[in-house]
Ligand binder design. Structure first.
Ligand code: PEP
Length: 255
């Protein structure tokens, strides 16, 4: 499977950063033409920068992603952004269920399921984040937790949806902490998630859904994580904020 590298800027950046980052990143990515052809890449800046980033990336092999979406089509939802609005800005992928939204904004499994559906209806690929807390892992409950998250996020989907979905396994204890899951831990959980996906979608579709690992991925550890057969990509926060660091991470991932 062609791997994915998705950069999540979270609430970081500025217009200046977008304008400087994109050409520098493209230079690094395209310097080795072969690199760009071997990987799917997406960048997810904050909402206000999506339009400009899309314009700068038109005709380049880098997708623009959002970090959140509202579950409704439109209406009285002050401060929210709909899937069709994202689409107009050139967004083709959207992170949903990030732990910073589950834990910081009270997003439930059920709500994340609604967001997945509105994205699919709008032609935007949902990158569904799942993952356990440290306490859940310590209690040996991590597999049950991610199964419950998958169950809610991926129920009652339209036919063909499996080919649009991506999964991000992001153990909460690894996000922004500098402590990544070991390649063995990632491999084990990704294998478990793959088993769940093939059980739900069948051995054809279920085997093609990319499962990305996220949580303190850096240029230093990317190779060990990405060399695991069950790890189909990386969702990268802090290390995506500098173009040269993300390029180096890409190079390491594919080496
Ligand atoms: C993330 O934002 O999804 C993430 C994994 O962050 P970091 O790489 O900084 O841990």
């Amino acid at each position: 499977m062609k791997p994915w590298i998705v950069g999540n800027w979270k609430m970081n950046g500025s217009r200046k950063m977008v304008r400087e980052y994109v050409p520098a990143f493209l230079d690094g990515l395209l310097e080795s033409g072969e690199l760009a052809a071997r990987v799917h890449v997406a960048l997810c800046p904050p909402f206000p920068y999506l339009g400009e980033m899309s314009s700068l990336l038109t005709s380049y092999p880098v997708r623009v992603g959002a970090q959140n979406v509202n579950q409704h089509e439109n209406g009285y939802y002050t401060g929210e952004v709909s899937a069709s609005m994202l689409s107009e800005l050139g967004v083709t992928l959207c992170i949903v269920g990030h732990s910073e939204r589950r834990h910081g904004h009270g997003e439930s499994n059920a709500l994340i399921g609604e967001k997945v559906k509105i994205l699919l209806a709008g032609g935007i690929a949902p990158l569904v984040c799942i993952g356990e807390t440290q306490a859940e892992r310590d209690a040996d409950d991590h597999q049950r937790v991610v199964e419950a998250q998958l169950e809610s996020a991926l129920q009652d989907l339209p036919a063909g949806a499996a080919s649009e979905i991506l999964i991000g396994y992001e153990p909460v204890w690894a996000i922004g902490t500098g402590v990544n899951a070991t390649p063995e831990q990632a491999e084990e959980m990704h294998g478990h998630i793959r088993g769940w996906l093939t059980g739900r979608f069948g051995s054809g579709d279920g085997a093609t859904i990319p499962i990305l690992y996220g949580g303190s991925v850096t240029p230093e550890n990317a190779r060990a994580l990405m060399s695991r057969p069950e790890v189909n990509g990386a969702l990268v926060g802090g290390s995506s904020l500098k173009p040269e660091m993300l390029v180096s991470l890409l190079q390491q991932s594919l080496s």
